[in-house]
Design a protein around this ligand. Structure first.
Ligand code: TMO
Length: 327
C-alpha cells in the first residue's frame, strides 16, 4: 500500500472511532446532571476513595459534590437522600447503622468490595520486637505490662489510643471493663486519624510502648503492625447489641466492606449507579489510597488523581455501560 493510502486508512479509522465515541457520549446524557453527593469522613482511604469514585463519575460525564459527614450519621443521610452513596461501610463498626437505614427504607445495598476487613487495637511490630509486653499479641499479656504504655495524660495507667469517638462509640472502654483491665489501662480518643500516625512516630522516638486503634486494609499492612488477639467475637457480645460487661471483652470480628446508595440513584443516574455497583477495591488498592496520603504526603485530591492515572486498567472497565438504549 502506498503511503498516501495508509494515511487515508488511518484517517478513516480515527473518524470511525470518533463516531463510536460520540454515540456512547450521547447515551451518557441519560444520567441526570444533578450532582451525585459523596461523603467525606475522617480517615485517608475513605477520603481518597471518595475522590477516586467522584473522578470516575466525572469521567462518565456526571457532576459530583463532596459533603463532610459524621460517620455514624452518614447512613441516615443516604436514606434521606442528603447523600447519594456511602462507599466504605466497615462491617464491625458500621453494620448497625447501615442495616437500620435499610430496614427503615431508602438505603440500598450496592455491593461488596473484594477484601476482608479488620478494625482492632494493636501495636507496631517494634513493640513486640523490643519485648515491651512479653506475650503479645495474646491480650492476657496486657495484665502485666501497663507501665511501659503510660503517658502524661494517663495517670499511671497504660493508654490505648482509640480513633475519634464518632467511629465506634464506647466499644473500647467497654472492652477494657469486660476484660477486667480498666484498673490498669485507660482509653483516650484521638481527635482525628492523623493523631494515630503521629503517636506511632512519637512512641518509637521516645522508646515507650503504644497501643493504638488501627485497621486493615491500611498503609500499616506494609509497614508492620500486629493486632492484639482478644477473646473471640460473638454475635451480641457488645453492649449496643444486647451484651453486658460479662461479654464486652470480645474482640472485633473480621468482616466485609460494603457500599450503599440512596434507592433513587439507579433511576436518576443509571450509568453511574451501574459503575458504582460494579466497582470493587481490594486490599492493595485501599492500602495504596491510604499510603499516598499517610506515607507519601499527597493531598487527598492529588492522591486520587494519581491513583486514577496509575490504575486506568482497574477502574475504566467498571465505567463501560452494558445498559440498553435510553440509558
Ligand atoms: C472506620 N475505620 C476504618 C477508620 O476504622
Amino acid at each position: 500500500m502506498k503511503l498516501r493510502n495508509l494515511t487515508f486508512l488511518r484517517f478513516l479509522l480515527s473518524a470511525m472511532f470518533a463516531a463510536l465515541v460520540s454515540v456512547s457520549g450521547a447515551s451518557i446524557a441519560a444520567d441526570s446532571s444533578k450532582p451525585i453527593k459523596i461523603p467525606i469522613k475522617n480517615w485517608s482511604s475513605q477520603i481518597v476513595m471518595a475522590h477516586v469514585i467522584g473522578g470516575m463519575f466525572e469521567n462518565m460525564g456526571s457532576n459530583v459534590e463532596y459533603l463532610p459527614v459524621d460517620n455514624q450519621a452518614s447512613f441516615e443521610a443516604v436514606r434521606a437522600g442528603d447523600l447519594t452513596i456511602v462507599h466504605e461501610v466497615w462491617q464491625s463498626t458500621m453494620q448497625n447503622g447501615y442495616y437500620n437505614a435499610m430496614e427503615k427504607g431508602g438505603l440500598i445495598d450496592a455491593g461488596t468490595h473484594d477484601v476482608v476487613t479488620k478494625e482492632e487495637m494493636g501495636v507496631p511490630n517494634w513493640v513486640i520486637e523490643k519485648g515491651l509486653c512479653p506475650g503479645l499479641p495474646n491480650w492476657e499479656a496486657l495484665k502485666d505490662c501497663h507501665a511501659a504504655f503510660a503517658t502524661p495524660d494517663s495517670a499511671g495507667k497504660g493508654r490505648w489510643l482509640e480513633g475519634p469517638q464518632s467511629w465506634h462509640g464506647d466499644v473500647m472502654p467497654n472492652r477494657l471493663k469486660g476484660l477486667g483491665l480498666d484498673d490498669t489501662w485507660t482509653v483516650k480518643f484521638a481527635g482525628a486519624a492523623d493523631a494515630l500516625w503521629t503517636e506511632l512516630k512519637t512512641a518509637e522516638k521516645e522508646g515507650r510502648g503504644t497501643v493504638i486503634f488501627n485497621w486493615s486494609p491500611n498503609f500499616t499492612d506494609a509497614t508492620g503492625f500486629t493486632f492484639i488477639e482478644f477473646p473471640p467475637y460473638e454475635d451480641g457480645c457488645r453492649l449496643a447489641d444486647g451484651g453486658s460487661l460479662a461479654t464486652t471483652g470480645c474482640g472485633s470480628p473480621t468482616g466485609w466492606l460494603k457500599k450503599g446508595a440512596n434507592y433513587k440513584f439507579p433511576k436518576t443516574h443509571p450509568k453511574a449507579y451501574a459503575a458504582f455497583s460494579k466497582l470493587t477495591f481490594n486490599k492493595t488498592h485501599i492500602g495504596q489510597m491510604a499510603a499516598l496520603v499517610d506515607v507519601e504526603g499527597l493531598t487527598h485530591e492529588d492522591a486520587a488523581k494519581k491513583w486514577l492515572a496509575d490504575n486506568k486498567d482497574v477502574w475504566m472497565p467498571w465505567t463501560v455501560s452494558t445498559l440498553g438504549a435510553g440509558n
